[in-house]
Design a protein around this ligand. Sequence first.
Ligand code: 1QQ
Length: 375
Amino acid sequence: MSRMLATVGAITLGSLLATPVMAQETVTIGAIEILSGPSAAYGTAIKGGLELAMDEINAKGGVLGGKKLALIVEDSAGNKDQAVNAARKLVGRDKVPVVIGPTLSNEMFAVGPVTNGREVVTVGTSTTAKGITEIGPFIFRTSLPESDVVPVTLKTAQEKFGIKKIAMMYANDDAFSKSGFDSMKAAAEELGLEIATIETFGSKDTDFSAQLTKIKGLGVDAITISALVEPISGVVLQARQLGIPSSVRFIGGNGANSPKLGEIAGAAADGLLVGSPWFIAKPDEANRKFVADYKQRNGKDPDQFAAQAYDTMYIVAQAIDRAGAADSDKIRQALYKTDFNGVMGPFTFTEGRDPASNEGVVVLSMKNGRFEILE
Ligand code: 1QQ
């Protein structure tokens, strides 16, 4: 008898614990971002953008008629195994209906098959390699693929600066860096640029003198580089130390589109060109407010990664509302109906779950360690 009572008690207690009051008032989503290590600048900016948008949404009443959004951000440190462990935790333990991130394409190629297999909506805000959304029907991205951006950058370099002969460099141990290079090479060939040499390096390398000395002797007009921000900074600094003049511009991809480049490389990066779907001086009211609020909260300017994350949080929140429930498959279907106008400009998804338009892409040039829009 006493045993039966205990069992009944346990069931009652267990069912109470399974539905705590908080769970009914909160919709918790997960994010996997790089918050430590050499690429932490990317993930820190993304986290700042996500949190700013979430707080604004909650201040305006949250989602699903009054539920607050909550966010669990896991640090991947840029490591794909750590990113997969984070995904397993968010999906298995926290039971989030949406995962935002991970930061790198290299991580997404490991995480995507896991979250897609568990039918959990996953939205990359910074993953730009080819093939990301082809991982499966639950994988979306709000970031423009490099194949949509680097042709604009190279064409601008050719038209504005008469660049004809280039050297190409890329990190051969990172999925984004390799894919970005493939897009740059295709664009260079399309434009009829002369490719004097193609040089590779590793993302953790610190000495690029063999490649740069070779390039120095080739008399190129520009050097394209596809890599993450830390190795790019090292290459740019060493190029100037070895006497490659500042008239030889670097042309970067998404990895270069971070203020971290200016912080590390300073004036050595001056003249570097990068294509970007966003720029800080975008004059519309929504962007001005975003830039001011982000700066006030974080003590520094937002970058492209923060802006993309900020819009993504709104896009996800609107999809949750449109879905009518914190249900991953319903949110997935609702995301296809996204019609959002944010700090990046108008946004919809293609049937393939990629951004529908690259119309907002502008080319930025580095000056005194900061990006300026090329007029
Ligand atoms: C990718 C990228 C990186 C530069 C994101 C930080 O574009 O990995 O796809």
